[in-house]
Design a binder for this molecule. Structure first.
Ligand SMILES: [Mn+2]
Length: 542
């Protein structure tokens, strides 16, 4: 999966200036609780960048934007800018956009103003010609300028066309050394930011922007490889905290409390596991774990008094959530689901959750904005009271055979307790009913070969201690434990992705790895499931 970290080296948000006044119309048209677009902090005048975004909304158009007085003066150009002097392109003058928008590439939720996908089609710098007051030139209806972009270059003019209600202009290229006859925008469809097309960005957006936050903080990164583990210095600082203090990690100060509190009894005679170790685990494994969490609601299983005492499930935003923690408002919460949810999008948020003794993290698989569409089909081998791990492995190997036979990519993981799950990536567009039906068919086929090991009874006490192949987990808000999540058992075991070959490793155990072994495991094997994240796999019909 391609990943971009949309950076601000090109575009450092600044405070002050006239942007606030200029952006009122832009803000009025958008609901920032839902849309991924930046809200926009006011920016200083003085920049001279331009950007052209290829935007597939109700209709495809190119948004042509010039930075003027701390905002982006904008025109919607249906056929796109051209280097051909013979092309006189219609350009509809639209409201100013915040400068932060210049780097926005991703998806605007359906139903929102401009809902669709956006790529950064071209960008660079611009210089006004024949004037040093471009704002006035625009007001007067005629602006000449030079562009130095990656696709567009040379002298252009924007000229208002008569007095129409729609503020229609023409965008033309002068006949200079950059002119190219027959040159059209659609012949050059890729992003200059990521090299991707609109289709590719729509299938796997690398970033979204989130609700009501200042634009500089609104980005929600969604891809693998976008996060860094804590540095050695940061981990040393965590170890040095006596009990309560702020831990500075990845640019945030996270308030940590009671770090030496025992949350897990020791296993096999080892020392008990403290909250400090839980924080360290989640921060360290963050770069592997976050691709499964980012942009998704997460159900948390919290054990503030340690795993020896009853814990509780929490979906809603915890009381006292710091301002910097991203959140999402569910406009259509189902029965029993919360309205405001935490979005886990960085190492500091993981450290904060660990400090709340959120031992287990269970994400929805669907990612914003399509949270109610699955990104994975989940196969759950749920052992019964009499199921041995050898029997779980028999079932897992049968699924291995079935998926290979079908040509479907998937990868197993041990749950950290007694079971094995198999995660199968699916293309955008499937419903939970689709994935549930598909997993049911594969599970029934596997189960029919070993009927003595499997029960299809709904209630546990009627299963005779046999395993269940639980296809019903493929429902929104019915969640499985995330890869790399800790489990509430002695020793703090971890749910770890494994290779198919490891099913035949005689040392394999479902709770083989704990928070103390995971760093070595990651060093040696990495995450075998990671290459499947975001894979747009079609499921063969059965
Ligand atoms: Mn647009």
């Amino acid at each position: 999966m391609l990943v971009i970290a949309v950076g601000y080296t090109f575009l450092v948000p600044r405070k002050g200036g006239s942007g606030g006044e200029k952006l009122r119309e832009y803000r009025a048209k958008r609901d920032f609780a839902v849309t991924a677009e930046p809200e926009g902090a006011a920016a200083d005048a003085g920049g001279a960048r331009f950007v052209v975004q290829r935007h597939r909304a109700r209709r495809l158009h190119y948004d042509f934007r010039l930075e003027v007085d701390g905002a982006l003066a904008s025109w919607a150009v249906p056929r796109g800018p051209s280097l051909d002097p013979a092309a006189r392109q219609l350009a509809v003058h639209v409201e100013d956009h915040p400068v932060e928008y210049a780097d926005f590439e991703g998806v605007i939720p359906r139903g929102q103003y401009g809902g669709g996908d956006v790529i950064v089609w071209d960008r660079g710098t611009w210089t006004p010609a024949h004037t040093d007051d471009p704002a006035t030139a625009i007001r007067d209806g005629e602006l000449h300028f030079d562009l130095a972009g990656e696709k567009l270059a040379g002298r252009f003019a924007l000229i208002r066309r008569g007095r129409t209600g729609k503020d229609e202009w023409l965008l033309v290229h002068k006949n200079d050394e950059h002119a190219r006859h027959g040159w059209t925008a659609d012949d050059h469809p890729r992003s200059v930011l990521s090299g991707r097309t609109n289709d590719e960005v729509a299938a796997a957006p690398a970033a979204l922007w989130q609700s009501g936050l200042p634009a500089a903080e609104a980005e929600v990164r969604l891809g693998a490889g976008a996060w860094e583990p804590p540095t050695g210095d940061e981990l040393a600082a965590l170890d040095a905290i006596r009990r309560n203090d702020r831990w500075s990690v990845a640019g945030r100060d996270v308030k940590l409390t009671n770090l030496d509190k025992v949350l897990f009894p020791g296993r096999d005679g080892e020392a008990p596991v403290t909250k400090r170790e839980l924080v360290r685990h989640y921060a360290t494994v963050g770069p592997l774990l976050l691709p499964y969490l980012a942009g998704r609601p997460v159900n948390m299983h919290r054990f503030p008094e340690g795993v020896g005492r009853p814990g509780f499930w929490q979906q809603e935003l915890p009381a006292g959530t710091p301002d910097w923690v991203r959140r999402w408002h569910d406009d259509h919460p189902g029965p029993g689901t919360a309205e405001w949810r935490v979005l886990v999008d960085g190492v500091p948020t993981l450290a904060w959750l660990a400090n709340l003794a959120a031992v287990e993290l269970h994400p929805w698989t669907g990612r914003l904005p399509e949270v109610r569409r699955p990104a994975w089909a989940l196969i759950d081998i749920d052992p019964g009271t009499r199921t041995t791990f050898d029997q779980v492995l028999v079932l897992a190997r049968l699924f291995r055979t079935a998926l290979r036979h079908l040509g479907v990519a998937g990868m197993p993981k041990v749950t950290g307790q007694r079971g094995v799950q198999i995660w199968v990536p699916v293309a955008p567009g499937y419903t939970y009913s689709d994935t549930r039906g598909w997993v049911e068919k594969v599970s029934k086929a596997v189960g029919s070969t070993v009927p003595e090991l499997v029960s299809w009874e709904w209630t546990k006490d009627r299963r005779g201690g046999r395993a269940r192949l639980d296809y019903t987990q493929n429902v929104v808000n019915k969640t499985l434990v995330a890869p790399w999540s800790v489990r509430p058992q002695p020793g703090a075991p971890v749910s770890v992705p494994i290779t198919w070959e490891e099913l035949d490793d005689p040392d394999l155990a479902p709770d083989r790895w704990t928070v103390r072994d995971v760093p070595d495991r990651v060093h040696e094997v990495g995450d075998p499931l990671a290459p499947l994240i975001g894979r747009a796999q079609k499921l063969p019909s059965l």
